[in-house]
Design a protein around this ligand. Structure first.
Ligand SMILES: [Zn+2]
Length: 313
């Protein structure tokens, strides 16, 4: 569906979604394409490829956990009146599954960028036969699929601005390829026996697979479940046995989980520090070094390499 028809549908939906007091649709087929993105990581992808051809609204800000995020009534109105709704998918936005599906069935153009990764490159989740790990952006090579898919999606929805979408999309994919090579080089600086990444939740499996690190998360692939005492003790034992120097907190998960873990290691007579804070499912604050996807990857890798190779202080 192209933009002209889409605008008519979205105005109809807006009335249904917002009653009489809701927001007004802005722009038209002449103005920038109105895009709504769910997570900050997806929003950055849209901003990078959409450029000034899109008017972007990102629902989740810095540090927001997408597994637990529940959309507000205003969010639902924004999604219903969007010309293009872009989300991560693979159930990352666990509490939004229904509303995202509903938007699609009601005629809003939608795209789940993580679901553009070929099925044979997706990792499973232990205990869930049909689900896949949604954290594909940690393998920068896999996020290239998301970028290509979004570039093509923007061109499909808004063909008038094809040239810009194509140029920015192709440039971003080239940036990702260079970033991927940089991550590989940096991780190789960590002594092999220390290439173990212990974090609050299991977000880094794609990272580990792509760049040669063993990964352990205290919580599962989602943050929705609490860690039991047995989980903490088992992981503490692993850290003590392996003599790991550092574990990591995450910006979108409360630090208490990892604090409990370091205390358990100390109680066993081990020594471990919190090596820093990783951006897992959200970007850093606007204006900071991790305000973009590329910036978060660089910041994470610097934190990991610094803490594990002992050069950080
Ligand atoms: Zn996550």
């Amino acid at each position: 569906m192209t933009r002209g028809r889409r605008t008519l549908v979205s105005i109809g939906l807006l009335v249904v979604a917002s009653g009489c007091g809701g927001g007004q649709p802005t722009g038209g087929t002449d103005g920038p394409l109105r895009v709504v993105a769910t997570t900050s990581i997806v929003g950055d992808l849209v901003r990078s490829i959409g450029g000034d051809a899109v008017e972007l609204r990102t629902l989740m800000g810095a540090g927001v956990d997408p597994h637990l995020y529940k959309p507000s009534a205003g969010n639902v109105r924004a999604m219903a009146s969007a010309e293009f709704l872009v989300y991560s998918g693979l159930h990352l936005e666990g509490k939004m599954t229904e509303v995202l599906t509903e938007m699609g069935t009601r005629g809003v153009e939608t795209l789940a960028v993580a679901e553009c990764v070929p099925a044979d490159r997706l990792l499973g989740i232990e205990g869930y036969d049909t689900l896949h790990d949604p954290h594909v952006w940690f393998d920068v090579g896999l996020w290239e699929y998301a970028a290509a898919c979004l570039r093509d999606g923007l061109i499909r929805v808004d063909p008038e601005h094809e040239t810009g979408y194509r140029e920015r999309g192709d440039a971003l994919i080239a940036d990702f390829a260079a970033l991927d090579a940089w991550v590989r080089e940096r991780i190789a600086e960590v002594p092999e026996e220390r290439r173990v990444l212990v974090t609050a939740h299991d977000a880094f499996s794609y990272f580990g697979q792509a760049y040669g690190m063993e990964v352990r998360g205290l919580l599962g692939v989602s943050t929705a479940a609490e860690a039991g005492t047995a989980d903490v003790q088992e992981l503490a034992g692993f850290i003590a046995d392996r003599g790991l120097p550092a574990v990591f907190v995450e910006t979108s998960v409360p630090p208490r989980f990892i604090e409990a873990l370091t205390e358990a290691v100390v109680a066993r007579g081990g020594r471990v520090t919190i090596g820093g804070s990783l951006y897992s499912d959200a970007l850093g604050s606007p204006g900071g070094p991790a305000e973009t996807y590329v910036g978060t990857v660089r910041a994470n890798v610097d934190t990991i390499v610094g803490a594990l190779s002992g050069s950080a202080e």
